[in-house]
Each structure stands twice: as C-alpha cells, then as structure tokens.
Design a protein around this ligand. Sequence first.
Ligand code: PEP
Ligand code: MG
Length: 582
Amino acid sequence: MTSCSFSLHGIGVSGGIAIGKTRLVSHATLDVSQYSIAPEHVSAEQNRLDKAIIDVRRELQVLRQEMAATELADDIDAFIDVQETLLNDVSLTEDTKAYIAEHGCNAEWALVQKMDAWIALFGQIEDEYLRDRKFDVMQVVERIVKQLMGKAVDSLPETSSDPHTILIAHDLSPADLLQFKHRRFAAFVTDLGGATSHTAIVARSLGVPALVGMRMARQIVHEGETVIVDGDQNCIIVNPSRVVLAQYRALYQKQKARREALMSLVRRRSKTRDDVDISLTVNIEIPDDLSLALKVGAQGIGLFRTEFLYLNQKTLPDEHTQFLAYRRVVRGIKGKPVILRTLDLGYDKINAQVDMLARVMPNPALGLRAIRLCFAEPELFTIQLRAILRASAYGKLKIMIPMLSSVSEIEQTFDAINAVKKTLAEENIAFDRDIEIGAMIEVPAAALAITPFLKNFSFLSIGTNDLIQYMLAIDRADEAVAQLYDPVHPAMLKLLAHVIKSANRAKVPISMCGEMAGNPEMTRLLLGLGLRHFSMPASTLLAVKERVINTDISALKKLADRILRCTQPTKIQALIAEINSL
Ligand code: PEP
Ligand code: MG
C-alpha cells in the first residue's frame, strides 16, 4: 500500500530544507489505552512491567554516559539519580502489580492510574522540594509507559541521534529543546508556538530548518514516514511523490552549495559598500553555543540569554556555577565583547519541573518576569550579579537588563548593581569597576519615554520579540494569533524609528537583538532607519552580512522614509521588496 502524500502548513522559524524520516516526540502517558488481562495472564503482565523497568534503567545509564562529557553532565546526573531512586522504589513496582491483579488490566493503564494517585499524594506534601518530586514521578512513569508500548521514542534522551531524523512534537519547552542541542537531527516541527516564542528561538539556534504552529502535525503524521520540511515555504510534505522528492533533493543541494558559499564571507569585514561599519554579533543561550558564534565570525555576543542556565535544574545554579559559565563565554570569545543579559525567566521558558517559579504563571507575559522577578527575589539577583561581576575580570563583559519600563526600576537596578560592587570591593574580589550597563528596550513605555534610558545606560538593545508582543497585544507564543504578529506594522516601524533616532542623536549605541535583526529581508530597512548594530542567531549571521556588504546606505534613506510614512501593509511589503532589490 502506498501512503498518500499531503502537506501541512505552519510558521517557519528557521529556513532551509530537510528531508528525512519522522520521529514522534510524545507524551506517552496521554496515549495509553486500557484493556483487560485474563487472570491466567496477570503474572505475565506483571513480568512485562518488570522488564520495562529494567529497560528504563538501562536507558538512563546510556543517557548518563552520553551526557558525561557535555556541559549538562552535572544536571543530567542529578536528574538521573532521582529517576533511578524512584525506579527502585518498591511501591512503584509492587503497587502497580497489585493494581494489575486487582483490576485485571494492562500494565500501562495500571501505571498511569497509580501515577495519578501518587501525584495527588505529593501534592499534599508541605515541603516544596518534596512536593516537586511529583514531576519526577511523571517523567519516570512516562518512560516506563513508552517501553511498555514498545516505542522508546523519548521526548528527550535518545540513545542515538540521527542527522536524517525529523522531530515532530506537539509542544516542547525551551528547557526540553536545550537537551536537543547535543543531538543531531535534520529538522524540527511542533504543533504549538509562534515565530518568536522561546521554543522557536532555541530551535533556530540549532541551525536546522524548523516549523512551529503546525497545529495537528503530531496527530496526523506517523512515526517513520518520509517528510520534507521546507522552512522557507512554511510547510512540510508528508510521503512526497517521487517527482516532488527529486525536486526537493535538487533544491536541497542548491541550498547546501549556498551555505558553503556564505562561509566564504566569514573573514570579510562587515561594512557596507559606502564604507559604513556594521557590527554583527550573535545571540546565545548556553556556553556551548560559542563554537557556532566563532565559526560564523561573530564580532561578539550581543545577547547571552542567561536564564537558560536556570532551566532543567532541580535547584537554582549557585554563584560559582554561574561564574564558571560566564567566564567560559567571556574567555572563549577571545577578547570580543559579551553582553550578558540578567535573568529573564518568563512563562514560556519554564517547564513544569521548575515550579519554584510557578508564581510567574497567571498572566505570565505581563507578570513577574525578568527584572521584576529579580527585584522580587533580591537574593537571586545578587547571586547572579556577583557571578557576572566576578567573570568581568576575565574579558570584555557588559551587563544588560531586560524588561525595564520606568525610572524607579532604573534606579533600583543601579542600586542593586552598586551594592554588589561594593561588597565585592570589600571582599577584595576582582571585577571590572567600569563595566558597561545597558538596557533592553522591549516594553513600549521604555521605547516611547526613552530619555531616562539614554541618560543612564551605556548602551541599549531593542528586543523586538517582546516589543512587538506588547505593542500589538499579541502573545508571541500563541500560534492562534501568529498571523497578527507583524514586525513591520506601521506602529512598530514608527516606534523603531523613534528609538533608533533618539539613541543615535544622544550618541548612545543602540542595537537590536530580537529575531527581526536576523532576518536578511529586514536588514536594509533597519539600516535605512539608522541601525548599525545587530545581534542574531548564529545561523542567520552570514546571510545578513551578505546583505550588509551589498548595500549602499546612502541609497536607502529615501525609501526607508517612504516606508515609515506608509500605512498600508501591502504597500509596506512592496516597498520593502523594492528596498531589497536596490
Ligand atoms: C526580545 O524580546 O526581543 C529578546 C531579544 O529577548 P527574548 O526573546 O529572550 O525575550
Ligand atoms: Mg525579551
């Protein structure tokens, strides 16, 4: 039987073409079905459970070995220790076996029923740490269920990685995705998410084609099917015909050749035809991302999203752990600047296991996020500031503060930094006393009332991902409103022009580190608006550089002004196409 070919459309968050076989990333406990087991088969069913538990133990050992040499080794070790303890707990096996016997049901069903009861019990525990172990229970059960169902398709750890695998998931948190950084696969597809959701950002940093907001892909596509992922046309083609496959193979080869050609730009100076230097830096999430930044010839790190160090953790990283991570980055970039953003933990970065910060959840995008969380948890902030300042003794480190919106927050920020500087000085600990402090402009209030930001900070960086979200009232993580998320909405362009112009006039360096900065289609428009510093995912840097090198800035101004005056979206698009064809 030949499988029928069909296509699904979503939101491309990382361009390019991939061809491979699907691997479904699942939450098996949701898929469990119930069936009866005859009394004479109960003990065989119980043995099936024992075997699955043994297999999971083995799987965890393999994972431990695989991750031993990586940055995540310590965290993974701690995580596996807890899971092994739970696997060894007699109540997991004995209670489940008793349930199988009592109800004459299959092992998967019994496990999930017991899991619900255990979770309820954990929920009543007062101690927060112990209460949180319910998430470990859920994960362990998930693993066993997968083994029982004969699909050791794992949401995270796999025993191998395959460069031809296309991962299909309903949704994954950025924390989950971080672990994929150590695996190789061809492309990534999720049902949920918008183009600038943090899951999408991490997916993009993996440098493979990625699509989000596919809605039903996880349900419709089957394990092991051939799929083409077209990150440029925002679609996947499942079971393509031979003709389509041949066409895409040709396109894939062309794309590969182009990528190789772009590599020739690595050593080229980033300046326009009319000799204007444009700085191109890279956004990173974890220190391991440095290698890609160096490979594409980045002029520094324009945004280090430090909150990713806090994900996948059972406890918050202490000062020393953070210090080592920051020092590794600042040393690794070989004298170039690193802009380290203080903790920006927010709703869509937090996975269920990190519910020590669960109170950021109710209306998370507008809630206790980023600097607000740091002010609410001063110890958290102090520990991070100490680690950053200590690392500043080892290179060119700058601090950047996210989500600021008012003068009082600016004052509070400087008070906190100065207090930490004072104690470090008293303790005779080395740090850069003149460390530059910058702010993200990502709340419309800061963008409009920008004067105090210009007065107080050494540099600014526009976070378009959030600025667009707040300006247009569109949740960046919600694919249901993704079509409204428009970086070139007339209001956005006016706001961007105002911010860039104000900063340039005040001679305060202004950069952009939102995803817009990494879109080569936007490069000329932004240059025309006066932007000279860009920070983006490493995977897009060379394409942006190519645009920069082929641009004459003096020719852009007139068209950029026309775009700014325009209120018709279709006209704006046409003018952007025109500016790109100059
Ligand atoms: C932004 O908001 O544009 C940004 C760069 O920060 P993040 O995407 O991490 O919120
Ligand atoms: Mg932001």
